[in-house]
Design a binder for this molecule. Structure first.
Ligand code: IMP
Length: 181
């Protein structure tokens, strides 16, 4: 099993690239079915979701006519949430009357999605759903942030890789690694 050390913590490989690919296919299949007759706008949450998003949009059925745009928010420093969401890169696309799907790397407390959904609805989106590679259901604090499409559920452990970082590092890992006590 592969492992990585980062800032004094030991991480072990948890989801292999092959397992991740299966999860991505399953999410893409669901979205392709649900948005068959729509033109979804994917709002990709930077920085973490860019890896998952790149795989996900290419796994969609080719008949899906979609657009992508980016937003950058920040609520995390190190391994603890700050509880305060900042819009660092604001939306650059009109979302009014659009069926929006937010793409996230991980939903933890749900604060990010809770605030983003309110923001997008306030801008007049027709519908707002969420696709995430990982979901920590035990930590969810905002029920309206429960994701619609989930690659894999995880309990409370901290993970890195496949877009997920530790203070900005390790996003490039091709697998998802779990911290070991
Ligand atoms: P939430 O707003 O509490 O749901 O947190 C969402 C954000 O927290 C994600 O977009 C990640 O940037 C970060 N995050 C939460 N858990 C982890 C983790 O286990 N590893 C890396 N980042 C995480």
């Amino acid at each position: 099993m592969r492992s990585i050390d980062e800032q004094g913590y030991h991480f072990e490989e948890w989801l292999t690239p092959e397992q991740i690919a299966k999860d991505v296919q399953q999410v893409a299949h669901q979205i392709s079915a649900d948005y068959k007759d729509k033109e979804p706008l994917f709002v990709i949450v930077l920085n973490g979701a860019f890896v998952f998003a790149a795989d996900l949009i290419r796994a969609l059925d080719p008949s899906i006519r979609c657009e992508e745009t980016f937003i950058r928010v920040s609520s995390y420093y190190g391994m603890q949430t700050t509880g305060q969401l900042q819009f660092i890169v604001p939306l650059q696309q009109v979302v009014e009357n659009r069926d929006v799907v937010i793409i996230e790397d991980i939903v933890d407390t749900g604060l990010t999605i809770h605030q983003l959904k309110a923001h997008l609805r306030g801008l007049g989106a027709t519908s707002v759903k969420t696709a995430t590679m990982l979901f920590k259901p035990e930590k969810l604090e905002y029920e309206d942030a429960r994701p619609d499409y989930v690659g894999h559920e995880i309990s409370e452990e901290f993970v890195i890789g496949y877009g997920l970082d530790f203070d900005g590092f390790r996003r490039n890992l091709d697998a998802i690694y779990k911290v070991k006590e």
